[in-house]
Ligand binder design. Structure first.
Ligand code: BGC
Length: 255
């Protein structure tokens, strides 16, 4: 995979799946803007790691739950690397609760970080791609829960369900302008979002037994698929979701 001419922004790129996406993109030669809101040292370490290996990366602090934060990231990519070829809406949080316990503040927070950021990330990136005149890609890091109900995880599921329709609607609208919009939907991944489950042996076992490939994903297994979707090898994909879940969505059938 050759991404050497591509300049890419990854939101929430300093940790978890985001950091793995940054590594996969950089390994394929892309120049990467690594967005972060906390843990600046993680972003700085990642920049160091990539530049030491001969790659190009820049850490930028920006809160993507407001469009101003997104504009800041796109300007950084253009100022530093000359253009923007792909925008990865990866930033996300998870707050476990069911419909009956839900409070307004939690709902607003999850929607702002997981969905509003992706909506305006898609809009701002698409405007830049259209201005440049030679297309571009938006990757929305979704979840199996864009489609698969998870009782006790209501706001998260609603946000990912919204992302599913963002990808489809924006993908259809922007196709004629050469802008692709694709979701990559992980299942269970070994990242800070799943730390509680991974720490508890019996929970981890239960989870792994429900996955046909019998393991929780390494973040790199998601990062590599995102790099493929960004690449020209995926140039006919748009308005759809690639599931990277070890079969988890179908794993409990017949149990
Ligand atoms: C969630 C995890 C969950 C996994 C599989 C992910 O989107 O972040 O908490 O374990 O889906 O259900």
């Amino acid at each position: 995979m050759d991404l050497t001419k591509k300049s890419v922004v990854v939101t929430g790129g300093n940790t978890g799946i985001g950091a793995a996406i940054v590594r996969s993109l950089a390994a394929a030669g892309a120049a990467v803007v690594i967005d972060y809101v906390s843990q600046p040292e993680d972003a700085a370490d990642l920049v160091k790691e990539i530049t030491a290996a001969g790659g190009r990366a820049l850490g930028v602090e920006a809160d993507v739950s407001s469009p101003a934060g997104i504009d800041k990231l796109i300007s950084a990519a253009v100022d530093e690397f000359g253009r923007l070829d792909a925008f990865v809406n990866n930033a996300g949080i998870e707050k476990r609760h069911g419909i009956l316990e839900l409070d307004e503040k939690t709902f607003d927070e999850v929607m702002a970080i997981n969905l509003k950021s992706a909506v305006f990330g898609t809009q701002r990136a698409a405007k830049r791609f259209i201005e440049q005149g030679d297309g571009g890609v938006v990757v929305n890091v979704s979840s199996v829960h864009e489609d698969w109900p998870m009782p006790g995880n209501l706001s998260y599921c609603v946000s990912k369900g919204g992302m599913r329709m963002l990808t489809r609607t924006a993908g259809v609208e922007l196709g004629p302008q050469g802008v692709r919009v694709v979701s990559v939907a992980p299942g269970a991944v070994n990242t800070p979002i799943n730390a509680e489950t991974m720490k508890d042996d019996s929970l981890r076992q239960k989870l792994e037994n429900s996955i046909p490939l019998r393991k929780v994903a390494d973040p790199a297994e998601i990062g590599d698929v995102v790099a493929f979707v960004v690449s020209d090898a995926a140039k006919y994909m748009t308005a759809t979701t690639v599931f990277v879940d070890g079969g988890i969505m179908h794993g409990s059938v017949g149990l």
